[in-house]
Unconditional design. Structure first.
Length: 479
């Protein structure tokens, strides 16, 4: 332990090697879905070729590992990185539009789109090195900063109860969600008639699994069991696998039978690795290029800032002024991850909100991040194993962590409307929009307008005014 303690200051941060390893594994399990989902989204679920899918799959593993390793080694923080959800869907839409505008194949448009991500990464690296992104973090009012964690918590709960346990049926292209359709307006009879008997059974199994995992985690945590989140997820996985076998008559491990454990490096080399198409990028048109780069920058910047501040506050990593030590190094790691993604073949890499699960498992240093990074690299060889982790099991962890992140609300002055109103709006905006950045933007606009309307304009910093105006433009002027 001597080497790890010296390298990551484990004792100083009140943790151990075992705790960090469990935390790293926990974080990875809650976000393992990104390994298959990201290439699915960026390639139209394989519509544009298996070679491209394989290239994006490897890029997802490699870029996530590079960004996360930087986070662990440079910033010594337990935060894990991967291609950001929302940003990847937006990137896929942009690529499809480029293909239409330029009149080229999806693969050529994809390579042109990667240049946008590369430019974004370069801009962020420069802004981070010169502490400009750090200044933007400090410009966020304290009340809003305190509310970011709880807002992320509600968003995690929304993901856990909602899209993470969506059930698809062949006759309906739209998924059925647990909170909306199981606990909502659907009766059992109507659900069965709509989803079919098998679809309804799958939803019941997912919901039962989710709650069993959640209460196992709560019980283990109550008795101070180290790794409660990880053990709860494993228990939920066993329940789900047993349910698939007994209730649905499905072999949960069938996909492993013919699975290939050989990484498709050749496909990556021919499709995405260092395939930035600058010529195609210029053909997009300068106005479109500028607006796209600005859009990606705004969304990524505030998603990352929100995740870092919110998760760090839960782990008591913020100082008395609400600032996170080594924020600069953390933001540089984010930029490096994005650059790595652009040259390997994936959309913007950002700090994942699921990092909160590792923090809740006791992760406090960069060793947690490094463990997750190593597993991402191993997934190039063992992806079929990671793919059998059921979404319902990860939902248990997301809901539990989301509940705990609400505790920061007690630090907010509920008698001060300039703190209460922005936080209240942010609590609602994040889960509805699915964007941390949009939630922060609405909170900043609300805070600024309240101060202006109450004659306290001088309380607002110049940079906060600038950020508020930028978000107003972002929301009301289509980019």
């Amino acid at each position: 332990m001597g080497f790890f303690d010296k390298a990551f200051r484990l004792k100083e941060n009140g943790t151990t090697v075992r705790t960090e390893i469990v935390a790293g594994l926990t974080t990875f399990m809650t976000m393992a879905y990104i390994i298959a989902l990201n290439p699915n989204l960026l390639t139209g679920f394989g519509e544009f070729g298996q070679d491209l899918w394989n290239g994006v799959f490897l890029a997802t593993c490699i870029a996530s590992a590079i960004g996360t390793l930087c986070m662990g080694l440079l910033a010594n923080k337990p935060f894990v990185m991967a291609p950001g959800m929302g940003l990847n869907s937006f990137f896929a839409i942009v690529v499809a539009n480029i293909a239409t505008i330029v009149g080229c194949s999806y693969l050529d448009a994809f390579r042109s789109g990667l240049v946008i991500i590369f430019v974004e990464g370069v801009i962020f690296l420069i802004l981070s090195i010169f502490n400009i992104r750090d200044k933007i973090v400090n410009a966020i009012p304290m009340g809003v900063r305190l509310g970011i964690g709880p807002a992320i918590g509600i968003m995690l709960m929304n993901i856990g109860f909602g899209s993470n346990v969506g059930i698809y049926v062949s006759d309906n292209p739209n998924p059925f969600y647990a909170m909306r359709d199981f606990f909502g307006s659907l009766t059992a009879k109507f659900a069965k008639d709509t989803m079919g008997d098998e679809g309804y059974k799958a939803m019941v199994l997912a919901v039962v699994t989710m709650f069993i995992g959640l209460f196992v985690i709560i019980a283990l945590d109550h008795f101070k069991v180290k790794g409660a989140v990880l053990y709860g997820m494993l228990a939920a996985s066993v329940v789900y696998w047993a349910g698939e076998a007994v209730v649905l008559g499905i072999n949960p491990f069938a996909s492993l039978k013919d699975a290939s454990f050989v990484p498709p490096f050749k496909d990556m080399a021919t499709t995405t690795l260092f395939k930035l198409d600058f010529k195609g990028f210029i053909e997009i048109g300068w106005f479109t290029i500028i607006t796209l780069v600005i859009t990606f920058c705004i969304i990524d910047m505030f998603d990352t800032i929100g995740t870092l501040v919110g998760t760090a506050s839960r782990a008591n990593m913020l100082d008395d002024k609400g600032n996170m030590p080594k924020m600069k190094q953390a933001l540089i790691s984010d930029a490096v991850g994005t650059l790595a993604g652009s040259v390997t073949g994936t959309s913007t890499v950002t700090t994942f909100v699921e990092s909160a699960s590792g923090v809740e498992a006791g992760g406090r240093t960069g060793l947690t991040a490094i463990v997750s990074a190593i597993i991402f690299l191993l997934c190039m060889f063992i992806a079929p194993v990671a793919a059998i982790i059921p979404a319902a099991a990860t939902s248990s962890a997301l809901i539990y962590v989301g509940i705990l992140m609400l505790s920061n609300l007690k630090k907010i002055d509920f008698d001060d409307i300039s703190q209460l109103a922005p936080v209240a709006i942010m609590l609602l905006a994040m889960p509805i929009s699915g964007s941390i950045g949009h939630g922060i933007g609405l909170a900043l606009i609300t805070y600024t307008l309240i101060k202006l309307c109450t004659g306290k304009a001088k309380d607002v910093s110049i940079l906060t005014y600038v950020l508020s105006v930028i978000f107003i433009l972002k929301f009301f002027i289509p980019l």
